[in-house]
Design a protein around this ligand. Structure first.
Ligand SMILES: Nc1ncnc2c1ncn2[C@@H]1O[C@H](COP(=O)(O)OP(=O)(O)OP(=O)(O)O)[C@@H](O)[C@H]1O
Length: 300
């Protein structure tokens, strides 16, 4: 599939300091990509280059085939910055109407996006009275205007409560279903785990991973955990046969690598009625992030 966002060998140097080094990856229409990295890894800098606010020291970017900052690229992209602020005296509805006018979007879309982010009841309240979460949702409403081809979200869920986060990701997925390419940065690893299609990890300005989470789970070769609930009368036998650790009266847990997984599971299955239940826990995004952040540079 043709990429909507193409980042090719991008480098950025501030005052002789390399902040981004030779970063390349693509985002396709309808794809949701999480951009992860420690504080200062270069995520916001990359966003600012994609938006055309900064010129890279090297490499090229195209947004829907256009150079960042050109009218064609600007028309294709919407951005929600990390710290969003709006004029305090304008209401939510006036604020979104203002952005709709700037973007050339029909006024009818204003009430729809306010409803999408659950701000209908507060639409006539002044932004100065909004909570942080409400401001963030208003920011998302303005970013959703006009069904952008590319949505850039810089730590979009900071300040949102758990239900608002769920709703937020639901909206993002709906936009992706309609073909919007989404690139979002986040430090909330658990929340993006099941809600993005690919993970890109920056470490000190270098791209150290770029693949779907399941591929990273395999290539990092981190252990997965198999937890077996044994019949209480047979727990000693199960422990002896399986190895691993007993973690309570009836549960035995062991760690293994992906290539051994099926062999281990058939051995457990051969224990028949001595086993009541089996659960397999793959490495979490936290584990994978720690692995790649520690310097295992195996780009997919
Ligand atoms: N205009 C600038 N001039 C000089 N250095 C800059 C400038 N903008 C960013 N930097 C530096 O570039 C590095 C990357 O910053 P950036 O804001 O891109 O990181 P980040 O990954 O978004 O971090 P965070 O997770 O904390 O938001 C930092 O060391 C920062 O100090």
């Amino acid at each position: 599939m043709t990429s909507l966002l193409n980042i090719s060998n991008v480098s950025m140097c501030f005052a002789h300091r390399d902040v981004l080094s030779d970063v390349s990856f693509d985002v396709a229409p309808g794809e949701r990509v999480a951009l992860l990295g420690h504080n200062g890894a270069g995520k916001t800098t990359l966003f600012r280059i994609i938006l055309g606010f900064l010129n890279p020291s090297g490499g090229q970017i195209t947004v829907n085939g256009a150079v960042p900052g050109t009218a064609a690229a600007r028309n294709a992209v919407s951005y929600l910055p990390e710290s969003v602020s709006f004029p305090k005296l304008l209401t939510g509805r006036e604020t979104v109407a203002f952005y709709a006018k700037l973007k050339g979007v029909a006024p009818a879309a204003v009430d729809q996006v306010l409803a999408d982010v659950d701000l209908t009841d507060a639409a006539d309240q002044r932004c100065g009275t909004y909570s942080k979460g409400m401001r963030q949702r208003l920011g998302l409403a303005q970013a959703m205007l006009g069904d952008p081809k590319l949505l850039l979200l810089d730590e979009p869920t900071s300040g949102l409560d758990p239900l608002a986060r769920q709703r937020f990701y639901h909206l993002i997925s709906k936009m992706a279903e309609r073909g919007t390419a989404v690139l979002l940065s986040s430090h909330g690893l658990s929340e993006i785990e099941a809600r993005t299609d690919r993970v890109a990890i920056l470490r000190k300005g270098k791209l150290v991973a770029d693949a779907p989470l399941t591929d990273l789970q395999h290539s990092a070769n981190l252990p997965l955990r198999i937890r077996v609930q044994a019949d209480t009368a047979h727990v000693d036998t199960v422990h002896q046969q399986m190895g691993g650790q007993r973690i309570n009266g009836a549960t035995v847990e062991l760690e293994c690598r992906y290539p051994e997984k099926m062999q281990r599971l058939s051995a457990i299955s051969a224990l028949g009625n001595a086993v009541r239940d089996v659960e397999v826990y793959p490495p979490s995004l936290d584990d994978i992030y720690r692995h790649y952040s520690a310097g295992k540079e195996t780009k997919q």
